[in-house]
Design a protein around this ligand. Structure first.
Ligand SMILES: Cc1ncc(COP(=O)(O)O)c(C=O)c1O
Length: 508
C-alpha cells in the first residue's frame, strides 16, 4: 500500500513539475510563432483535410503511446518535452488554419494571438467563476467589460446589466429564458403549459438555428416559432411585423419575444432595429436582438449606424469570439433594464451563495448563468482591449466590412460570377456561373457550387462555406480575417474558375 502510494505520489509530482511547464512552454512559443509566421504569410494549406477515420486512428495512437510510456514510470524532462512537441505539432499540422489569409469561411476569426496567451495564463492556473470569491479578478474583469461594451452600444451607465457566457447559442437561450419568465409570469415554477392559444416566439425568418432550439429547450415548442417576414434585402419588414403581432394578439397568443438580428447569419442582413423597436414598443412586446456577429460594429464610426436602435432592445447578445477577434468562447448577454438580471434562474444553493454578504451577491455571477463553474472567458478580450484599445476593434470591423463591399464589386465586374445580394457587412453570397452553365437547370448549377467548394477546401487552397438561396446551393464567404487582402480575394475568383474548369472537363 505505502509503496504504491509512494509511486503514485512520484508520478503525480512529475506531472506537476513546474520545470516541465518551463520547457513545454518555451517549445509551445517556438512552435506557434513559427506556425503563425508561415500561415499568416499565406504559406501552407488553409484546411489540413483528412477524412475522420484516419484522424481518429491517429489521435488514438497518441493515447496508446501515452499508456505504454506511462506504464514505465514518469518521463524525464527531455522525453516529456519531446512528447509534448509531437502532440502540440499535431494540433498545428492537422487543424484548420484560421490565420491563413485564405480562410474566408465560417464566422470564426483569426484570433489576435496575444488573446490566447491571456487565456493560457487563466487556464494553466484554472481560473473559474460562479461566485465572486472563486474568481474575484475574473469577475472584476468581466464586470468592467460588460460596462464598457454596453456603453459602447449606447446603454446608459448604471441602468443595464450583463454577463459573459459560453457562446452565442447559450447567450440567446439565457436572454430568451429571461423573456419567457418575465412574459409568462410563473413559468419557471409551473412550466409553460396553459389553457388557450400557446405562447409564441417571433423570430427573423433566417435567424440562427439556436433561436428555434431555444424555443424547444424553453418548452415553448419549435412549432410555436413564428417567422417574421422579410423585405427584399432579407431584413425584418416592420410593417408586416406590426400586422403579425396584431394578429397574434387578436388570436390570444402570448408573445414571449420578437427576436431580431444584427446581423442574420445567411447573408449578414441587419434588421432595421429602430423601426422594429417602435413596433415592439407599440405592442408591449419584449425585443431581443441577436447581435452575435454584428454587435462589434458599435466600435466603428463608419458602420455604427447599422445598429441604430440596438440600445432599445430589452435584451441582446454579442459574441466577442466572432467580430472582436478573441478565441472561443466569449459571448455577452445584455439586459437594458438591470432589474431583469436575476429573472432567468431562480435557484437556491446555500452551499454556494452566502446570505451574510448580500452586497457581494451582485458579483456572484453564477446566479445569472446556465453554468455553475464557468471558465474565466473574458481574459483574452480584456487583455487585447487593455493593450490596443478600442481602435483595434474599429479597425477590424472597418477592414473586414470594407473588404465585403470590395469583393461584391469584384463579383459584379466578373461576367462568370453572380453576386446574390448587396452586402451590408463582411458576409457575401454568390455563385460561379461559367459560360457552359448559363442555361443549366438550377439543381445542376447548385450541385456545381457544392462540388467547387469541396475541391477548393480539400485542396487546402481556400476555405469557404456552402449556403443556399431560393433552394439552390450557393457559395458564401465571411471575410473575417483582417489579414486577407483584395489580392487574396482576386485569387479566390481565379481558384474557383480553375476548380470549375477541371470539374467541367471531368464531366465531359
Ligand atoms: C447570428 C448568430 N447567432 C448565434 C450564433 C451561435 O453562436 P455560437 O456559435 O457562439 O454558439 C451564430 C453562429 O454563427 C450566429 O451567426
Amino acid at each position: 500500500m505505502s509503496d504504491s502510494f509512494a509511486t503514485a505520489r512520484q508520478r503525480i509530482t512529475a506531472a506537476y513539475d513546474p520545470r516541465l511547464l518551463d520547457v513545454a512552454g518555451r517549445k509551445t512559443i517556438e512552435l506557434v510563432v513559427e506556425h503563425l509566421t508561415r500561415i499568416q504569410a499565406g504559406n501552407g494549406k488553409v484546411l489540413n483535410w483528412n477524412p475522420p477515420a484516419p484522424n481518429v486512428a491517429a489521435a488514438e495512437e497518441f493515447l496508446r503511446g501515452g499508456d505504454q510510456a506511462g506504464a514505465s514510470g514518469p518521463p524525464d524532462l527531455v522525453t516529456a518535452q519531446e512528447r509534448f512537441a509531437r502532440l502540440a505539432s499535431s494540433i498545428l499540422e492537422r487543424g484548420q488554419n484560421l490565420h491563413h489569409p485564405h480562410y474566408i469561411g465560417h464566422q470564426v476569426p483569426a484570433s489576435i494571438p496575444l488573446a490566447g496567451l491571456f487565456d493560457a495564463v487563466a487556464s494553466i492556473t484554472n481560473q473559474v467563476m460562479a461566485i465572486y470569491e472563486m474568481g474575484p479578478w475574473a469577475t472584476a474583469v468581466e464586470t468592467a467589460l460588460v460596462q464598457r461594451l454596453g456603453m459602447q452600444v449606447g446603454l446608459r451607465a448604471g441602468e443595464f446589466a450583463g454577463h459573459v457566457t459560453h457562446g452565442g447559442s447559450l447567450a440567446n437561450l439565457t436572454a430568451l429564458l429571461t423573456a419567457r419568465n418575465v412574459v409568462l409570469g410563473d413559468s419557471w415554477d409551473a412550466g409553460v403549459r396553459r389553457e388557450g392559444p400557446p405562447p409564441v416566439l417571433v423570430v427573423h425568418a433566417e435567424a440562427h438555428y439556436c433561436l428555434a432550439r431555444s424555443a424547444g429547450i424553453l418548452g415553448l415548442g419549435t412549432r410555436q416559432v413564428i417567422k417574421a417576414e422579410l423585405d427584399d434585402r432579407r431584413r425584418i419588414d416592420p410593417q408586416r411585423l406590426d400586422a403579425m403581432l396584431s394578429d397574434l394578439k387578436h388570436k390570444g397568443h402570448p408573445i414571449v419575444a420578437v427576436a431580431a438580428c444584427a446581423c442574420a447569419t445567411p447573408i449578414g442582413a441587419f434588421d432595421p432595429l429602430d423601426d422594429v423597436a417602435d413596433v415592439c414598443q407599440r405592442h408591449g412586446v419584449w425585443l431581443h436582438v441577436d447581435a452575435a456577429h454584428g454587435g462589434a460594429a458599435a466600435f466603428s464610426d463608419t458602420h455604427r449606424g447599422l445598429l441604430a436602435g440596438l440600445e432599445r432592445a430589452d435584451s441582446f447578445i454579442i459574441d466577442a469570439h466572432k467580430m472582436m477577434f478573441v478565441p472561443a468562447l466569449c459571448a455577452f448577454v445584455f439586459y437594458r433594464n438591470r432589474a431583469h438580471r436575476y429573472e432567468a434562474f431562480q435557484q437556491d444553493a446555500p452551499y454556494l451563495f452566502d446570505p451574510s454578504t448580500p452586497d457581494l451577491a451582485d458579483f456572484d455571477l453564477g446566479l445569472r448563468t446556465v453554468e455553475c463553474t464557468k471558465r474565466a472567458a473574458a481574459y483574452g478580450l480584456w487583455g487585447v482591449w487593455s493593450i490596443f484599445g478600442t481602435q483595434l476593434f474599429a479597425d477590424l470591423v472597418d477592414l473586414t466590412f470594407g473588404l465585403g463591399r470590395r469583393f461584391h464589386e469584384m463579383l459584379v465586374a466578373a461576367p462568370d460570377f453572380e453576386p446574390l445580394h448587396e452586402p451590408q457587412c463582411n458576409i457575401v453570397v454568390f455563385r460561379h456561373v461559367p459560360a457552359g452553365l448559363r442555361e443549366a437547370p438550377p439543381e445542376e448549377l447548385g450541385r456545381f457550387q457544392l462540388m467547387l467548394r469541396r475541391r477548393l477546401i480539400e485542396s487546402g487552397r481556400f476555405y469557404i462555406v456552402p449556403t443556399a438561396k431560393d433552394g439552390v446551393a450557393a457559395l458564401r464567404v465571411t471575410i473575417i480575417n483582417p489579414l486577407t487582402t483584395e489580392a487574396d480575394l482576386a485569387e479566390l475568383l481565379v481558384a474557383i474558375r480553375e476548380a470549375g474548369a477541371t470539374e467541367l472537363s471531368n464531366a465531359r
